[in-house]
Ligand binder design. Structure first.
Ligand code: ATP
Ligand code: MG
Length: 283
């Protein structure tokens, strides 16, 4: 049995649970319980405060965990990181009152900055050669300037709307974060094998998320050009259509290149293009 620690309730919780489910692992999730066991994989899930997860994994109370890189690095536990997971992307940024002048980071010399991430902020400021007073507070950091507690803040931002509604302006990114899978450093062999199985499944899920299955019809004379536009996993499949002189082409494309490729395919003579999500992908 391998023990996974995830955030009980917060920004990481839903995507962490979804990832486990997409790996084909079923479990009963009750918001009242602090742990649950999977029904079809030797996995136990512990629901914890996110700040506690790196410590529990380091101590071996949990074998593996999912946490934001920002928390992991703030707590000085980078060595536990196994794999980036691509969700809960956010940045740790410095913000100042919106009418405050700010030419560059030296504007913060000698100023008071409120944050819940003193270590990440200190590392950044030291790198820039700026000395400031860091006030560590555990929450509601955005109100610190308006109540006279600080001249600036350093906090997690995703869209920036919380900053704007508190009269603040983002001026500098300090750290970029996403959710990461972490693991205890000396896992027993049996647990390491379970982790490897889980990593294999996570990889298949993540590759599939970035890929689309594409089907299209094209006149046979356009096929060589279309083939050159669609790399596929090995090569595209080309099947004859029930109509003379036409073929059906099947392939896999990366989401990032998707729109560009579709346009080129249309120019090349492709018709009836279907794009379908992929659930799992094993190369
Ligand atoms: P806990 O009660 O578990 O201590 P918390 O309040 O410290 O929760 P959350 O606000 O739920 O934490 O954020 C958890 C993690 O999600 C953060 O450490 C960060 O990695 C990520 N995160 C935070 N805010 C955002 C956001 N706006 N968009 C995306 N990810 C975010
Ligand atoms: Mg927390």
């Amino acid at each position: 049995m391998i023990r996974l620690a995830i955030q009980k309730s917060g920004r990481l919780s839903e995507d962490s649970l979804n990832l486990i489910r997409e790996c084909g692992i079923s479990f009963i999730n009750s918001s009242l319980k602090l742990k649950t066991e999977a029904t079809n994989f030797p996995l136990e899930i512990l629901f914890l405060r996110d700040d506690d997860i790196p410590g529990y994994v380091a101590d071996g109370v949990a074998d593996i965990g999912i946490v934001g890189e920002n928390v992991l690095v703030e707590e000085g536990r980078e060595e536990l990181q196994v794999q980036k997971l691509g969700f809960s992307r956010c940045r740790l940024s410095i913000a100042v009152p919106k009418n405050e002048a700010f030419d560059d980071i030296t504007a913060l010399e000698g100023k008071n900055i409120a944050t819940s991430y003193p270590n990440l902020l200190q590392t950044y400021l030291s790198g820039e050669g700026v000395q400031a007073h860091i006030h560590t507070i555990s929450g509601s950091v955005e109100i610190a300037p308006s109540i006279g507690l600080a001249d600036a803040i350093c906090d997690i931002v995703s869209s920036g709307s919380t900053l704007i509604s508190n009269g603040l302006r983002e001026v500098q990114t300090v750290f970029r974060s996403e959710a990461v899978l972490i693991a205890h450093q000396n896992l027993a062999t049996a647990k390491q094998q379970l982790l490897d199985q889980l990593l294999f499944r996570i990889d298949a899920v993540r590759k599939a998320q970035k890929a689309k299955y594409i089907l299209l019809n094209a006149p046979n004379q356009a096929i060589p050009h279309i083939k050159s536009l669609l790399p596929g996993m090995k090569a595209p499949s080309i099947l004859p259509l029930a109509e003379e002189g036409w073929s059906s082409v099947h392939s896999v494309v990366n989401e990032d290149d998707f729109w560009e490729i579709i346009e080129k395919l249309r120019e090349a003579g492709a018709q009836g293009i279907l794009v379908v999500p992929i659930e799992k992908m094993i190369l």
